[in-house]
Design a protein around this ligand. Structure first.
Ligand code: SAH
Length: 500
């Protein structure tokens, strides 16, 4: 049976502007054919083993001619595959999506179209320009400034007569022509106008100028494609309503080395503040529960304290508890201790409330609170990582019987989730964040023989004293350190620093 071809709009660049349906199709496809306007981050949604075909389509650089591309879509579908044809913006706005659909229809291949957020509207939106606005524009008109035949595709006299907003796609190299033709056809040189480059992405740049000066201003600013040109009264609102490029970390690049499973999403918080975030998955968690864990489960009723110093410990402990046939009732007895709010939140996600969280969110801080409470009549269970820093594991047995069981180990293995290493090596990162010493070790190893040289212009942000100690041992001084040892505070410090 033939598979389905989904012609999917990828949105204008920001992966957050993908539709839920588009994400669903990407997650379930066997083959994705994408062009250069689609964000590389979207490809990471596809399942392992999904075939990825680059179709090109930068101006003048088509990796696959349209006919070959059409045939490829049909052929993959006929092999029974679920195919996603991922196209920038909306597939039916100047994207030749209609041609691809007609071909599939003619070839008898089942297809669907998933609409996308078009750059023509969203690009203006992110530049603070409402495409219509009461009193300024009651219509909008989207043109392509380029044509396949080389002929001028626009009826300029008609365009210049429109009351509404004029939007030009694919037109950066023809901007002089666009401006000249509009002026020749009667538009005032004072008409508000703007060009938005790489709209909706962290690399967005906007040049605003009256129509008579726009082309020169854009050339001087050396704006790169893709770019949208907007002409009309609404463009005057851009300077007033811009809230996208004014975000505190807009224009800054941060490399985060936090691995995914943590509760607070540092990368997302930084992106919300406008940063371009490159992710380096610096460590991998490998569960390695042993026989001693089963023994501890068997005597859970005897413990007076159960200590968690990481979210991973919480997660893996509870997974193993359930696997052993037990449930939360088995934890009714002991006082539950969490090293900090993130670990307490991990407990909360499992339906458990931490009884004790120290004011200082380190294992030393936990000892400060716990040390005086423990007596010889107590018994502590401390499920933990194979290698732990800090002295908690040595101090606990000085007060009472303590069972320490190894739940997992951290494998220091840097996995680049995009261009993080290239960004660091190229000296492009403004900030680099570390939330654990193992992340420091694996990142520095991945950077090669002279990490300090790559990081000369990068501010290093550390989650706390233990991670900072590890950095200093490598000759690197953190520029910012979270006093409370939380990723939330790291985000706040970076945002504050970015404002200055
Ligand atoms: N189907 C797409 C448009 C394809 S034509 C859509 O709906 O958005 C390609 C043109 O779209 C580019 O030349 C540029 O003019 C515009 N474009 C696409 N993404 C853009 C972006 N992020 N920023 C600015 N312009 C963009």
């Amino acid at each position: 049976m033939s598979g389905l071809v989904s012609i999917v709009g990828a949105g204008p660049g920001d992966p957050g502007l993908l539709t839920l349906r588009a994400a669903d199709r990407l997650r379930r496809c066997d083959c994705v054919v994408y062009d250069h306007l689609a964000s590389p981050r979207l490809l990471s949604l596809t399942p392992a083993g999904c075939e990825q075909v680059y179709a090109g389509k930068e101006a003048g650089n088509h990796a696959l001619p349209q006919e070959a591309l059409n045939a490829l879509l049909a052929q993959k579908a006929k092999e029974g595959k679920r195919v996603v044809r991922l196209k920038g913006g909306d597939p039916y706005v100047f994207g030749r999506g209609g041609e691809e659909a007609l071909y599939l229809k003619g070839a008898g291949v089942p297809f669907e179209v998933v609409p996308g957020v078009t750059s023509a509207v969203a690009g203006l939106c992110c530049a603070g320009i409402p495409i219509t606005h009461r009193g300024l524009a009651t219509s909008f008109h989207v043109y392509t400034a380029a044509s396949r035949t080389g002929e001028d595709p626009v009826d300029w006299a008609a365009a210049a007569r429109q009351e509404g907003t004029l939007v030009f796609l694919m037109g950066l190299s023809r901007l002089e022509n666009t401006c000249r033709k509009l002026l020749e056809n009667g538009l005032s040189p004072d008409t508000p106008a703007a060009v938005v480059s790489r709209a909706t992405t962290p690399l967005q740049r906007t040049v605003r100028a009256p129509l008579g000066k726009l082309a020169a201003a854009v050339r001087a600013a050396e704006l790169p494609p893709p770019a949208i040109t907007v002409v009309g009264q609404v463009a005057s609102l851009g300077g007033v309503l811009d809230c996208f490029e004014e975000r505190p970390l807009f224009g800054r690049t941060v490399v985060t080395t936090r691995q995914k499973s943590h509760g607070f999403d540092l990368s997302a918080a930084l992106e919300e503040a406008g940063a371009r975030v490159e992710r380096l998955d610096a460590i991998r968690i490998r569960p390695c529960p042993g026989e001693d864990l089963q023994q501890a489960f068997a005597r859970l009723g005897e413990y007076s304290y159960l200590i968690f110093t990481s979210q991973n410990a919480v997660r893996i402990f509870l997974e193993e508890l359930r696997r052993s046939g037990r449930d939360l009732r088995a934890l009714a007895g002991p006082c539950l201790c969490a090293v900090g709010p993130a670990t307490a939140a991990a407990l909360a996600r499992e339906g458990l409330t931490a009884d004790l969280t120290p004011p200082r969110h380190t294992s030393a801080g936990l000892w400060e609170v716990l040390g005086d409470r423990l007596g010889p009549g107590d018994r502590v269970l401390y499920p933990r990582a194979k290698a732990v820093r800090g002295k908690l594991g040595e101090l606990l047995p000085t007060r009472c019987p303590t069972d320490q069981v190894v739940l997992y180990e951290t494998v220091e293995e840097a996995r680049d989730l995009g261009g993080a290493l290239a960004t660091l090596r190229g000296g492009e990162a403004d900030y680099l964040t570390f939330t654990s010493p193992s992340a420091v070790e694996s990142t520095l190893r991945a950077l090669g023989p002279d990490p300090a040289a790559c990081l000369a212009g990068t501010k290093i942000v550390s989650i706390g004293p233990v991670t900072s100690g590890c950095l200093r041992a490598h000759g690197l001084e953190p520029a910012l350190e979270s006093g409370r040892c939380t990723a939330e505070e790291m985000a706040r410090l970076i945002v504050e620093d970015g404002r200055t």
